[in-house]
Design a binder for this molecule. Sequence first.
Ligand SMILES: Nc1ncnc2c1ncn2[C@@H]1O[C@H](COP(=O)(O)OP(=O)(O)OP(=O)(O)O)[C@@H](O)[C@H]1O
Length: 195
Amino acid sequence: MAPDLPPDRRPIVISGPSGVGKGTLYKLLFSRHPDTFTLSVSHTTRSPRPGEQHGVDYHYVSKETFLDLVAKGGFVEHAQFGDNLYGTSKMTIEEQTAKGKAVVLDIEMEGVKQVQKSSIDARYVFIAPPSDEELERRLRGRATEKEESIQKRLAQAKKEITYAKTGVHHTIIVNDDLEKAYKELEEFVYAPVSS
Ligand SMILES: Nc1ncnc2c1ncn2[C@@H]1O[C@H](COP(=O)(O)OP(=O)(O)OP(=O)(O)O)[C@@H](O)[C@H]1O
């Protein structure tokens, strides 16, 4: 088992608006605590893109297999984006936890709501932007998005932030200064188990 494992073994659910810096933050956590964390690998019915690997980027399954797993209650959350289905299987989380890894889930708001209703006992972190303007700057800064997609993501961000204000997360971290936000995340992740 990794010597660096957090005392609280529950999976950590990280959510927040697209472009807020979730990936940047948990990748820092992974690199500063090697072999300790693992990102939960989702199932999808979409085809692998060049360079993607089965079991690494996604578990690629047929629609039939996916729906069968849904019927058996095998997913803690699942959703459809475009024509494709995506989900986090209970087994993936349990297997990784049993292997001695601290499991991190990067999911959007609807997924968070489903996990909260599931049998999985998790810790919830919301990453918030310092301001709407800064979030927009970061989305544009990635330069991977078309204007229409940026507008959609900003509209969705407003919903996510409103949801976070209802107090459903264990912690909200404002990602203003990256190193400061990182320290807050690390402190939360390594906090003693609270009863
Ligand atoms: N504290 C910060 N200050 C300034 N820029 C930051 C900060 N954190 C992240 N960024 C930048 O913001 C951009 C978006 O970050 P990132 O891709 O990690 O977001 P994300 O929340 O994982 O998005 P998505 O959900 O769409 O994958 C990146 O260009 C990243 O370098």
